[in-house]
Design a protein. Sequence first.
Length: 189
Amino acid sequence: MAKQLCSIFDCQKPARCRSFCINHYYKYMRSLKPKPHKPNCEWPECTTKPKNPPLCAQHRLVKRPAGEPRGWYLMGDRNPHWKGGIFEYKNYSELKRNRLKVLKDFNYKCIECAEFTNDVHHKDGSKTNHKPSNLIPLCRKCHRKYNKPMMSKYRKLYGYTSTELAKLLNVNRKIIIKWHREQKLVCLI
């Protein structure tokens, strides 16, 4: 059986993919993919296209404006990970500051088991009270004990979790889930 050759006129190389040789295939693929638009540098009156937006290399080295912290050019909506300033907690910056104070006071140790931790728990359960007197350091394992356990939908409907139902009926947990979707579980219990 004869090898198929590249479909480009006068190219005698063997075809690899989509009837093109490897060189012509890469050219074909490059022509299909639009090149991403790179924005201009955000420095006033600069029109260069930076490799790492928002500032070009020349302006990144410029002394930062007065009163701006380090990395000011990546703060807020200029940061590629910006999500519009939405936080789970009000006064999130206050929480971060007080969290570090509390963790340093307790040497980053959980008050329950003395394991290393970076998490804090609100004693009163309020997500708005970030006073250091309201925060205690807890590891994730101990934090689960303090927070209200999630009520399983199976426990709400049938009085047992899906795992308990599987043991009770002596079947696999996946079958319990399937029976629940098909509404056959009501008849069995």
